[in-house]
Design a protein around this ligand. Structure first.
Ligand code: NAD
Length: 369
């Protein structure tokens, strides 16, 4: 049900809005702080959610998206920021979880001024939230944002940053996929495996580079024809329609587009042994859909665990690590995935619930320090 609130100037929420609903949602997700922002001049409006800062400042990308409602945007930012908390916690890095969403800004409004204004809102949180790239943002936008705040990561390489985090994300997803394949098949070789990559964007294209080196049989789908053309020129891939994904006969499904593709409609159709991809929040409902996959003997590699390469790369900017050091942390995704899958099996739990438990255990330890 859509919430009855609207965006107000100066980050204030007025009595007209059912604030209790928002606080209730924050409470159920255990959020520390949520900032609504609106700038009439540039048309910039959105939400920054700080989920948890026990292990360090909250870090997470800025997503720009056409949401059907403000309630949908709030839901997205709350879920995504919580996922960032788990992601950093399970990866062993000292960051908390945060995220920002910018709502329904058409391309022509996304000017330099627009992004600088967003930088001001990030800055107003005094380092409690560090922004980065996500869907719809790249190092180009980061270059504007960083003019207004130092609380930015994923900065362009020529500005002393670590650049696009996507290759690191893709490498982690690849390692997580291999560890999951080991659990499913007894070997982590992807040679000859039919792997369907849904979404050939920043991460999907780099993931395919790794899969091609292993001689996997690669199937791709995207709604962007340019991306499909580019990947078809680079690698031997089979292109299928986005509508045919869920009933396609494959070994491995790699969601690398948007979240919630694992739901009550799609899971009964799936013909695969495992799911391992980059998209955030792949399970529409963590408990129900995690169980549905388990009941169908489809092994699910928790998204926030295997797509952590990007945040690890951003972390290196925050604390000043070398690319090699960040890569070493990313490499641990293989062993962590194996550990989660083993523990889930022993505990008769789902990999998602086990991964969340491990992340929460680390946060609890952090509280006691
Ligand atoms: P992107 O926007 O570059 O790529 C997404 C691709 O998915 C695009 O090519 C788009 O056309 C395609 N797509 C959208 N809807 C589709 C549909 N219905 N069917 C098929 N294809 C569709 O984004 P990205 O940076 O590659 O990230 C992909 C996913 O991974 C996102 O969910 C993102 O949040 C997540 N992620 C990204 C990173 C990173 O480092 N970029 C890190 C962690 C998680």
């Amino acid at each position: 049900m859509p919430l009855n609130f609207s965006f107000m100037e100066n980050n204030t929420i007025t009595a007209k809005m059912p604030v209790s609903d928002i606080l209730e949602q924050m409470n159920s997700y255990e959020h520390e702080e949520v900032l609504f922002f609106n700038d009439k001049e540039t048309g910039l409006k959105g939400i920054i959610a700080v989920h948890n800062t026990v292990l360090g400042p909250s870090l997470g990308g800025c997503r720009i998206w056409n949401y059907a409602s403000e309630a949908e945007a709030l839901y997205d930012v709350l879920r995504l920021s919580r996922g960032m908390t788990y992601k950093s916690a399970i990866s062993g890095i000292n960051l908390g979880g945060g995220k920002s969403v910018i709502i329904n800004a058409d391309k022509s409004s996304r000017t330099e001024k627009f992004w600088k204004k967003f930088g001001e809102y990030v800055d107003s949180l005094n380092g409690k939230y560090i922004t980065a790239e996500d869907v719809g943002t790249s190092t180009n936008e980061i270059a504007y944002i960083m003019q207004k705040t130092k609380h930015v990561s994923g900065k362009p390489i020529d500005a002393g940053g670590s650049g696009d985090p996507s290759p690191f994300t893709a490498f982690g997803v690849y390692l997580g996929m291999k560890a999951t394949a080991k659990m499913a098949y007894g070997s982590d070789s992807l040679d000859g495996k039919k792997i369907l990559v849904q979404g050939i964007g920043h991460v999907g294209q780099f993931l395919i580079d790794h899969l091609a080196k292993e001689n996997a049989e690669i199937i791709v789908t995207d709604i962007n024809q340019q991306n499909l053309n580019a990947i078809s020129q680079k690698h031997k891939v089979k292109v299928i329609s986005p509508d045919d994904v869920y009933s396609y006969d494959m070994d491995i499904y790699a969601p690398c587009a948007l979240g919630a593709t694992l739901n009550s409609e799609t899971i009964p159709l799936l013909k695969c042994h495992l799911v391992a991809g980059a998209a955030n929040n792949q399970l529409q409902n963590e408990t129900l859909h995690g169980m549905m996959l388990k009941d169908r003997n489809i092994i699910y590699a928790p998204d926030f665990l295997i797509n952590a390469g990007g945040v690890i790369n951003c972390y290196r900017e925050v604390v000043g690590l070398s690319a090699e050091e960040a890569m070493k942390i990313t490499e641990k995704i293989y062993d962590k995935t194996a550990e989660v899958l083993e523990r889930a099996k022993t505990e008769n739990s789902t990999p998602q619930q086990t991964a969340i438990s491990i992340a929460k255990e680390r946060i609890e330890q952090g509280k006691n320090k």
